[in-house]
Design a protein around this ligand. Structure first.
Ligand code: SF4
Ligand code: SF4
Length: 181
């Protein structure tokens, strides 16, 4: 299993655009597109070499199950915002993975361990979620989606380019904020 991701250096990488391609119309963010492109490129190469590959595309939404799988790598921990939190960028990352029977070549590409839950008694993200989708114990995807898809809660940047809620990612104090400030 190989994880590929990108840090979300700035909020504009979360701007959602409608793109048109051979698979039809699709709404995606620049962060997700970037990781999908890397995953497909990696996958294509491995398949050309005769290996089996399955890919899991990234999402910029909270994803408790995925965060738990990622936390098994000890590269980070699952925060109360139901996202993987790593040392350098906190939860401001976009990650997908591929599963393959290709043999690993030498080297150790793992991140240093960062698996101690640093949320403690913080609950900034829970308070920041105006949809009430985050609680101490979980995440209600329907509430989150309903809130994000409500036009009143979206900001239009340009034609076909909008920004939806990302408060639970933006507010977390762990990790560098780079251009977020
Ligand atoms: S803060 Fe926004 S993105 Fe995060 S869970 Fe709530 S509605 Fe969803
Ligand atoms: S905002 Fe606080 S509670 Fe939420 S994930 Fe970040 S550190 Fe944890």
């Amino acid at each position: 299993m190989i994880f590929l991701g990108t840090p979300i250096f700035e909020p504009l990488l979360l701007m959602e655009q409608t793109v048109y391609g051979s698979r039809g119309e699709k709404k995606t963010t620049m962060a997700e597109s970037r990781v999908e492109c890397d995953l497909r490129s990696f996958s294509d190469k491995l398949e050309t070499m005769g290996y089996d590959v399955t890919i899991k595309l990234p999402t910029i939404l909270p994803d408790p199950d995925f965060a738990e799988i990622l936390a098994l790598t000890k590269a980070g921990f699952k925060g109360k915002n139901q996202r993987l939190i790593i040392e350098h960028f906190g939860c401001r990352i976009c990650v997908g993975y591929l599963v393959s029977n290709a043999p690993l070549m030498g080297g150790d590409y793992r991140y240093p361990d960062f698996d101690v839950d640093r949320c403690s008694d913080c609950q900034i993200c829970i308070d920041a979620c105006l949809a009430g989708a985050l609680t101490q114990s979980g995440y209600d995807q329907k509430r989150c989606m309903d809130y994000r898809e409500n036009l009143n809660n979206q900001k239009s940047i340009a034609a076909h380019s909008i920004v939806k809620c990302n408060r639970c990612m933006a507010c977390c104090p762990i990790g560098e904020k780079t251009l977020w400030e």
